[in-house]
Write a protein that binds this ligand. Structure first.
Ligand SMILES: [Zn+2]
Length: 475
């Protein structure tokens, strides 16, 4: 399948995602690597720090080997295939790196209830020249929605939609920085309504921090950091669901956990009643369970919106195409373990079994993004019952009548991340950087008068809000 960057996507996670993660984890940004490779070429053998560079060069080799699409970017094209000349372009005067200090970003609760997740970290500017004047210095937290079914094949605008979640401008005017490291702290409370990071069969939602600096000479350098955002829906009480199967008297009650997780198993309880169809004078017709099985289906949906250039393909601007894909991510036959009781009125069968998602299938959590990407799950239970007739006189022997039925039940299940050790930010409440004052709040030194003359709290005139309250009848 073609990919926007020209990388062939073979399996999930894609080659592209591996590289993004790799570069994020090791804090290697392509710009820096370019710098490393170029200095290598010019370097005398085994100078100070050359081991580091050698290591980085190996990383770069392995990156470029998997990343044919990278060569199409203008930055690397000029550098990746330099003319065979001993003259090497000068190294960048500085480099950027992002360090995240906050714990993994987990949105606790549903989009309508979540208070969000707190992101904080440092943007590090390391100046390698004696000094450099930075003209602009900014960072963007962006969300990227990528469809695997773009309207215009190989069209980057159709494939990826970028939204800006937050932007930081670290400088209001050109500023001179001396050699060394300069830290810029940042923080942001991610909205609880944001869709979580998702890599489904049909599309992806990713978040990135992208920082870029431009020197007064027009030299640009940048870095990017992949920022996974997870959602953990709070478990509540178990869910009971009932299904009936007319024209028979069969009825099933199934008990399911409120949420399940991509890793780990979960219990399912079922009680099937109404097994005895009819009681004749000296015989009984009843259903016997022959086979049970369960499976979990994952449905991915994506709305591929067209770019302005390809809008004509879908009938105009702002329109898209809905794609849907369903795959089975776990299945099992239940061969035994149920208890059949024909002696209680109507007869019943009880069973409890354990189900789990197959992690090899890389299940994704439930997500419902406003831009059309969603993932949902169904537990499907299938029971095959056959009819038999039993004589109630003398020896009780059952004779199959030849009748059989397939009882099929579907239950929506919610797959979500474990809340784990994560604590919702508002329960822990670390202050964001912008909330920390430069100095402790001062005393009311301007107040000149008798403290005892101050009105008591209850007597304070609260102004408009009181009037609003009284008009709505609550005051
Ligand atoms: Zn397009």
């Amino acid at each position: 399948m073609p990919h926007p960057t020209g990388v062939r996507v073979l399996n999930r996670p894609s080659v592209f995602s591996n590289i993004t993660k790799k570069s994020a984890k090791r804090n290697i940004d392509p710009e820096k690597l370019d710098h490393v490779v170029r200095t290598d070429l010019a370097d005398p053998p085994l100078s100070r720090g050359s081991m580091d560079r050698l290591h980085s060069r190996d990383v770069r080799k392995s990156l470029t080997a998997h990343l044919p699409g990278r060569s199409s970017s203008p930055a690397s094209k000029s550098k990746a295939s330099p003319k065979p000349s001993p003259r090497i372009a000068p190294a960048k005067p500085a480099r950027l790196a992002i360090e995240i200090e906050s714990p993994p970003l987990i949105l606790h609760g549903s989009p309508s209830h979540s208070t969000g997740a707190l992101l904080s970290g440092q943007l590090l500017l390391t100046v390698t020249d004696p000094e450099v004047t930075i003209q602009s210095y900014e960072m963007i937290l962006q969300g990227r929605m990528t469809t695997r079914k773009p309207v215009g094949k190989d069209c980057p605008e159709c494939t990826t939609k970028i939204s800006h979640v937050r932007q930081w401008n670290f400088l209001s005017e050109a500023t001179l920085f001396k050699v060394g490291a300069h830290n810029f702290p940042f923080s942001h409370l991610l909205s609880g309504q944001l869709p979580a990071t998702c890599h489904s069969e049909l599309g992806r939602i990713d978040y990135f921090l992208r920082a870029e600096a431009t020197t007064s000479l027009g030299d640009k350098f940048a870095t990017e950091y992949a920022l996974p955002v997870q959602r953990a829906l709070m478990p509540g009480s178990d869910r009971n669901a009932q299904r009936v199967f007319p024209p028979t008297n069969l009825s099933a009650i199934v008990v399911l956990p409120p949420v399940i997780h991509p890793i780990g198993s979960f219990p399912v309880q079922m009680r099937l009643t109404g097994l005895v169809e009819s009681a004749l004078k000296d015989a009984q017709k009843r259903w016997r369970v022959r086979k049970m099985s369960w499976k979990i289906d994952e449905t991915s949906r994506v709305v591929s919106a067209a770019c302005s250039k390809h809008a004509h393909k879908v009938g105009g601007e702002g329109k898209g195409v809905l794609h849907e894909d369903t795959r089975t991510i776990a299945t099992e036959d239940i061969k035994q373990g149920w208890k059949t009781d024909f002696d209680i009125p109507g007869g019943q069968i009880e069973i409890e079994f354990t189900a789990a998602l197959n992690t090899n299938k890389q299940p994704v959590c439930d997500v419902e993004s406003p831009n059309g990407l969603s993932s949902s799950h169904l537990l499907v239970l299938e029971i095959i019952v056959s009819e038999e007739q039993v004589s109630l006189k003398g020896a009780k022997y059952a004779t199959p009548t030849g009748g059989a039925r397939v009882l099929r039940m579907q239950f929506k299940i919610i797959v979500t991340e474990r809340a784990g050790m994560g604590i919702s930010w508002d329960e822990e409440l670390p202050p964001p950087y912008e909330d920390v004052p430069h100095s402790p709040p001062g005393y009311l030194s301007e107040f000149q008068g008798d403290i005892n003359q101050l009105p008591r709290i209850e007597e304070l005139d609260l102004g408009d809000s009181v009037e609003v309250d009284s008009s709505s009848g609550r005051a």
